[in-house]
Design a protein around this ligand. Structure first.
Ligand code: AMP
Length: 311
């Protein structure tokens, strides 16, 4: 895998939250910092492919943050600025960093947001519906013309509050990404493999279950793949790990233009690698100072870590 020549693949369309987060972990705290599912996913994907972002921010969204996203070859024509405040999420983690505790979700400008895709976005071949109201994910799906691949993510907030719309989204997706707790909550099954199979019955051909530091599993009708988490000794803030994983995954698929099993397995490792960087610091700080060489190095390390000989 070579990333040193920069992104070369087809573009990726990403819709989701662009946010200001306030986060506390046992290792520190950050208030009103750049976050949001679409921000993490877009910056992550941008290391592999050009990105088209769809979302909304409020009048309080700093120009510096716009500039940082634009600097990553992220097309912001689909990022609206609306009267009001930017989406805000506050949460904390205890020593089990796999479990986020939400203290507040303020939808703010997302409450009245209607995605309106610029015309050149409508033919984007790879689409990632990052975590946001499933009604908005559906609106984006209604506006794109026959994409090659659609992946979606969600979280407990929407599984509880917008289940019917979420089921409509899943029925129209190729890949569903969820963490272990979410896939259990959605399916009502405690066994993860059984839970994953239930999600396949809802429509997607592939489900990828993220298990935080323990890596991820991919389940499809005829394939099963386990990817480890990169063995990091220091994690400061797990916020955005799932979105960064998804960005690396869809970015790689768009870059190689393939959606077969080999491409998916590589894409999952790209996702693991990208997530391992995101959690090293608060907000998107680590992603903003990441280099393609560092990504290639960790990808290579994961191939060695997972290699074993037959008996
Ligand atoms: P992750 O840790 O990958 O699950 O994603 C964390 C990001 O999701 C944070 O940066 C939040 O701003 C964003 N987020 C939290 N709750 C929601 C929600 N209900 N809808 C959309 N995005 C959210």
């Amino acid at each position: 895998m070579s990333l040193s020549s920069g992104p070369a693949g087809g573009p990726v369309l990403i819709v989701g939250s662009v946010a200001y987060d306030s986060v506390r972990t046992p290792f520190g705290e950050a208030r009103n910092v750049l976050g949001g599912a679409a921000s993490y996913a877009s910056v992550s994907a941008s290391f592999f492919s050009p990105v088209r972002l769809v979302g909304v921010v409020g009048e309080d969204f700093a120009y510096d943050h716009v500039a940082q996203l634009a600097h990553h070859d992220i097309d912001l024509a689909g990022l609206q600025r609306a009267p009001g405040k930017t989406f805000r999420w506050s949460g904390y983690y205890e020593y089990d960093l796999n479990q986020a505790h939400t203290t507040a979700t303020e939808l703010n400008v997302f409450q009245d947001f209607l995605p309106d895709l610029p015309d050149n976005y409508r033919d984007t071949p790879f689409v990632f519906l990052a975590n946001i109201d499933p009604a908005l994910q559906l609106s984006v799906l209604d506006q794109v013309r026959r994409p090659k691949l659609v992946a979606c993510d969600t979280m407990n907030f929407w599984i509880e509050g917008a289940r019917d719309k979420l089921l409509e989204v899943l029925a129209r997706c190729d890949i569903a990404l969820m963490n272990d707790a979410e896939v259990r909550q959605l399916s009502g099954e405690s066994n993860l493999i059984a839970a994953g199979r239930r999600v396949l019955d809802l429509g997607p051909g592939v489900v990828i279950i993220k298990k935080g530091e323990h890596g991820s599993v991919m389940i499809s009708r005829d394939s099963y793949f386990v990817a480890p988490g990169y063995p990091l000794e220091e994690v400061r803030d797990p916020t955005g790990a799932g979105d960064t994983f998804a960005g690396g995954l869809i970015g790689h698929l768009a870059r190689c233009g393939e959606t077969n099993d080999i491409a998916l397995r590589r894409a999952i490792i790209c996702g693991s690698v990208m997530a391992s960087f995101a959690v090293e610091d608060f907000s998107l700080r680590r992603l903003f100072r990441l280099t393609p060489e560092e990504i290639a190095e960790r990808y290579h390390e994961l191939t060695t870590i997972t290699h074993f000989e037959g008996l």
